[in-house]
Design a protein around this ligand. Structure first.
Ligand code: SF4
Length: 331
């Protein structure tokens, strides 16, 4: 790992939702770091806490019922959880921006895409509308929109799904953020367009040193695009490693299960093996390792919560699983 300070450092984040029926512990003691110019992917099944982690970073959790129970989210060494709403508004879109899964819910159907991108620019920069229009055309070129001088005056419904997602990326990078959070940015797209969009994000990241937090339920798409992968289950990070280690040497039974359920490109005839059972509800988690009801290697000590340990003598490969931790007496 680089020795320079991380751009984003999440320390022991706990985010919950208090309803009449239950306390839903969506994020439980998450620690993560992202360095400038790097891509960290958080992967896991729906409802595992990935998106709540992302929304917590931008302070977009509705409170109540949401609540940050403890932890810090340090961006450039400033704890975002300590900032006022006014201070956060200056950071959102400017220093940290986010693209969402479904562009149609984020793009306004009654304004042209050009007006929507220009508005994002004018909000954060003191420039004229003509300068903003020129910058918008440059952004459309950057995200490979053909005929940008024509597209700029079109409405979202006149564009394809892939093109709308490119518009979302143009809006997100309009103010050159140092961190982009991409929450399932390609789920609604076919695989060819998925690869184009992820390649585009990767190119922008290399050119501008922008860090990316990529959130996805699909471990298959991160291999080419992420530097590190954090695997999340029931609100906890259960394994974190370089992308090479996750793919060549997955250690956690859940990570191995996710990998076994990805269709292989070379289709060697081996059958896909989906993970048995389903993820638990965050309001009713099993005791100890939350994966134990689905784990073939479950053993008595799995009734206690395993702690994150380093498998190497640095933080290169970390895991929370009793198979690799013989310190049961101490926990
Ligand atoms: Fe399986 Fe136990 Fe490891 Fe959990 S701690 S993943 S139940 S072996």
């Amino acid at each position: 790992m680089p020795s320079i300070s991380p751009l984003l450092s999440i320390e022991n984040l706990n985010t919950s939702f208090h309803t009449d029926d239950a306390v839903i512990r969506a994020v439980r003691g998450v620690n993560l770091q992202i360095h400038q110019g790097k891509t960290l992917a958080i992967v896991g099944e729906s409802g595992c806490g990935k998106s709540v982690t992302a929304l917590s970073i931008l302070r977009l959790i509705t409170m109540p019922p949401g609540h940050h129970d403890s932890g810090q989210i340090k961006f450039n060494k400033v704890n975002l959880l300590d900032l006022s709403e006014n201070e956060m508004q200056k950071i959102r879109g400017n220093d940290i921006s986010m693209i969402f899964q479904e562009p149609m819910t984020s793009l306004n159907p009654i304004f042209t895409v050009g007006d929507q991108i220009s508005e994002a620019i004018i909000q954060h920069q003191k420039i004229t509308s003509k300068e903003a229009r020129n910058q918008t055309i440059d952004l459309l070129k950057k995200v490979s929109i053909p005929s940008p001088e024509i597209r700029i005056d079109q409405y979202p419904h006149e564009l394809s799904g892939g093109m709308k997602q490119r518009i979302m990326i143009a809006m997100a990078i309009a103010c050159s953020p140092s961190l982009l959070i991409a929450d399932e940015p390609t789920t609604a797209l076919d695989t060819t367009i998925q690869a184009q969009i992820l390649n585009l994000l990767s190119t922008i990241s290399k050119e501008t040193e922008m860090a990316i937090l990529l959130i996805t339920h699909n471990l298959g798409i991160v291999a080419q695009f992420a530097d590190r992968v954090a695997v999340m289950y029931a609100g906890k990070i259960v394994e974190e490693a370089t992308v090479e280690n996750i793919f060549t040497n997955p250690m956690h039974p859940y990570t191995r299960g996710l990998l076994n359920s990805i269709p292989k490109d070379d289709n060697d005839g081996s059958k896909l093996e989906p993970i048995k059972g389903s993820a638990p509800h965050s309001g009713n988690l099993p005791q100890g390792c939350a994966f134990h009801p689905r784990c073939d290697e479950n053993m008595p000590r799995c009734q206690k919560q395993p702690q994150m340990i380093n498998l190497t003598n640095n933080t290169e490969h970390q895991i929370a699983c009793w198979l690799y931790d013989d310190s049961v007496e101490e926990h």
